[in-house]
Design a protein around this ligand. Structure first.
Ligand code: SF4
Length: 729
């Protein structure tokens, strides 16, 4: 008789989608994998949303790409091609644009879902191989306003400067513009535990979302007015004498001007601007101040505005004025969205940055990174255009584009225009796992491996660096993004500098980041195998990191403090990592947090007689971002088959549409048609559309690309529209 077959080993890894980066186990069965519970990872403790549970379906999907495609000059169609031909065509396309129009005529567009290793290699590829300044990525559309505001106030940007495990133990959470019950459902636990512990949850959202339903207090401002809301709350805090004068004096600068700006925003004025009544404002201010500790958490609502940096700054001011920063169980944090939204902005695929979150215009940073790369610092290009500006320049200044891990035809603002710009390129190469709407426009499509088929690191919304492990081999005909960059670099004369082994790339990334704000030098794959992630900054043993202050204490690690406050241990002991930042000093030159003086201003496109309604956009629980992966999963499509327009019954009656009937939403940039979803959970002056779908119901056809002057974030969350019955054309 045969002995029973050994149980297939399961591989501990992380979800490919959002910034929570939930832990999961993958168990091999034949050529596929299935998700099994993994209870040991502290962030999600075994809980997964439907997207994570069904993620393996994309691995075995019939529609995934399993061989390169090259557009045939005669037929104009994408035809199967050998890898050598596809890579040669790509190298030729990039080289030709550069020869004819100069290095900056070649663009590179990355993604917040790429691993740290890929983001790093892509930035290096752009700057060393192509010599172009024209690189940016879709994370610009995700977290750039919070990142800019973080940098301005604290001198350092890490989404959450504390671990999520702290959230249930604060006294009050003020959650602004986040529907985490749908965007990252396992994170809702932290808010329910907060309430179980007697804490208060205040949610700011124009819609009564699933998250807002959990709130003790829900404030529903007009979209685009939450800067005024924050100022109104700060006004009340000052007027009622609830500021923390000692904290302001000892640990901040700039208070007098910020205070004066807030005092000009009377509650009655704020009520007129926001639509939130004075009694509600008073209740929120009191709840926030009554708590011994409080946190302000923001997400895309306040951030995706043409004043996103100032709006986040206003919420940070509220945290600072009440002494709720730089101490345990209190502070401001941003709930980053994309899977590697945090790591994606640290390693050099952003237009203005070098690895280690260094600035591209800093001569010392350039010299350090150029040393690691073995190139002359003067050969590195300067900062380039931001994501929307880069997309807008396609076919004009930028003639050829290499795009990895992004689908701007669906996800970019004013998407019809962006689609036109992509079509006008001399050459477009897209690396993706499926034929996305953007890949359909490409001259060359390069099929790449998926999350479970390759190893790499990501950095979750807490700044916790994680190891995603390979659980099965990619199908034949598919290569990793690192192999694609290696192949292209080789054809362009730089093969040696682009290894294909992720651990080797990570080793180089560690050296490049060493001494920078996001210091990964003390993190190794081995440590990541053994620990539940390591929080950056984590300098190499014996070296204190730059800037941020904190303690290294989390489960099982020692609490340490270095000379500059980052927990340098000396003695060659490994650095424990830094779960909590700013406990002793902020990362500014004088160690103090900076108040920034901000005042209310209107949305870039206010409503008027022609476009009287505000459109705001967002996500639903069963789909992820542009839907390139999740729209290929049957179970998710059944749950969320297409776009819709959420509108209040009063507005529906005015337009003359009933539940389920098609309604056209028209902005100055185009028109989208989708079924009406009539609901009292939204303000009567506002409509909501999820943005996951292409075609007639594409929400981003409508959105406004007005940019924040600092972060260059487009105004996804507010534009002026009118509603029509579709036949009224
Ligand atoms: Fe967790 Fe986000 Fe994946 Fe859902 S999509 S399982 S919340 S990481």
């Amino acid at each position: 008789s045969h002995a029973p077959a050994p149980a297939p080993a399961s591989v501990p890894t992380h979800c490919p989608y959002c910034a929570l980066q939930c832990g999961m186990n993958l168990r091999r069965s034949g050529q596929t994998v299935e998700v099994v519970d993994r209870d040991d990872f502290p962030v999600n403790r075994g809980a997964l949303c439907g997207k994570g549970r069904t993620a393996p379906a994309v691995l075995s999907s019939r529609v995934r790409l399993t061989g390169p495609l090259v557009r045939h000059p005669a037929t104009g169609r994408l035809e199967p091609a050998a890898w050598e031909e596809a890579l040669r065509a790509t190298a030729d396309g990039l080289r030709r644009a550069r020869a004819r129009h100069g290095a900056d005529a070649v663009g590179v567009f990355g993604g917040g879902g790429l691993t740290n290793e890929k983001a790093y290699a892509l930035g290096k590829f752009a700057r060393v191989v192509l010599g172009t300044s024209q690189i940016d990525y879709n994370g610009r559309f995700c977290m750039s306003s919070a990142a800019a505001a973080h940098g301005r106030a604290f001198g350092l940007d890490r989404g959450l400067p504390f671990p999520l495990e702290d959230v249930p133990h604060t006294g009050c959470v003020l959650l602004v513009g986040s529907n985490l019950a749908e965007t990252m459902p396992p994170a809702l636990r932290y808010l329910t535990e907060l309430k179980d512990n007697g804490g208060t949850l205040i949610v700011v959202d124009p819609r009564r979302t699933k998250t807002a339903e959990q709130a003790d207090l829900h404030l529903a401002p007009r979209p685009g007015t939450d800067l005024a809301l924050a100022l109104g709350l700060l006004h009340l805090v000052v007027a009622q004498g609830r500021t923390d004068e000692e904290f302001i004096r000892e640990r901040t600068t700039g208070w007098e001007d910020a205070r004066a700006a807030a005092m000009a925003h009377w509650p009655e004025l704020v009520e007129r601007i926001t639509g939130v009544g004075v009694p509600q404002l008073r209740a929120a201010a009191a709840a926030f101040c009554d708590a011994p500790n409080a946190m302000v958490l923001t997400a895309r609502g306040p951030e995706q505005q043409s004043k996103g940096t100032d709006t986040v700054g206003a919420w940070i001011n509220l945290a600072l004025a009440t002494g709720n920063a730089g101490r345990p169980l209190a502070g401001y944090g941003c709930l980053t969205g994309q899977g590697n939204g945090q790591g994606g902005r640290e390693h050099g695929q952003k237009a203005d940055q070098l690895p280690g979150y260094r600035r591209l215009d800093d001569p010392l940073a350039r010299a350090h990174v150029a040393g690691v790369w073995g190139v002359d610092p003067d050969s590195l290009p300067g900062p380039g255009r931001s994501a929307y500006e880069l997309l807008d320049a396609l076919g004009r200044d930028v003639r050829a584009l290499l795009l990895m891990g992004s689908n701007p035809v669906v996800s970019a603002p004013r998407a019809g225009h962006v689609e036109g710009r992509l079509r006008s390129l001399d050459f477009l190469a897209v690396a993706d796992v499926v034929l996305s709407e953007t890949a359909e426009l490409a001259d060359v499509v390069l099929p790449v491996a998926q999350w479970a088929e390759e190893t790499g690191t990501t950095t979750n919304l807490e700044g916790r660096v994680l190891l995603r492990r390979r659980a099965l081999a990619p199908p034949p005909g598919v290569r990793s993004d690192l192999e694609v960059l290696h192949g292209l670099a080789g054809l362009l004369g730089y093969g040696k500098g682009f290894p294909t082994d992720p651990e080797e790339v990570f080793g180089e990334l560690r050296r490049a980041s060493s001494g920078g704000p996001a210091d990964y030098a003390g993190i190794s794959y081995r440590r990541l195998e053994e620990e539940q992630g390591v929080f950056w900054p984590c300098p190499e043993p014996g070296r204190a990191g730059q800037g941020a202050s904190g303690t290294g204490g989390t489960e099982g690690t020692e609490e340490t403090e270095g000379a500059s406050g980052t927990g340098g241990t000396g003695c060659g002991e490994p650095h424990p990592g830094t779960p909590r930042l700013f406990l002793d000093r902020f990362a500014t030159p004088d160690g103090r947090a900076r108040f920034v003086t901000v005042v209310h201003r209107e949305a870039a496109e206010p409503t008027d007689a022609e476009y009287p309604v505000v459109l705001t956009t967002g996500r639903v629980v069963a789909q992820y971002q542009s839907g390139a992966q999740t729209r290929r999963v049957d179970e998710l499509n059944e749950a969320a088959p297409g776009p819709f327009v959420q509108l209040h019954p009063q507005l529906a009656a005015r337009v003359g549409v009933a539940e389920g009937e098609a309604v056209a939403v028209v902005s100055r940039r185009g028109r989208a048609v989708a079924p009406a979803r009539v609901s009292e959970a939204i303000r009567p002056d506002t409509v909501f559309m999820p943005f996951h779908w292409p075609g007639a119901g594409r929400a981003n056809t409508l959105t406004n690309p007005a940019l924040d002057p600092t972060s260059r974030m487009p105004e996804f969350k507010v534009c002026a529209v009118r509603l029509e019955r579709p036949e009224h054309r």
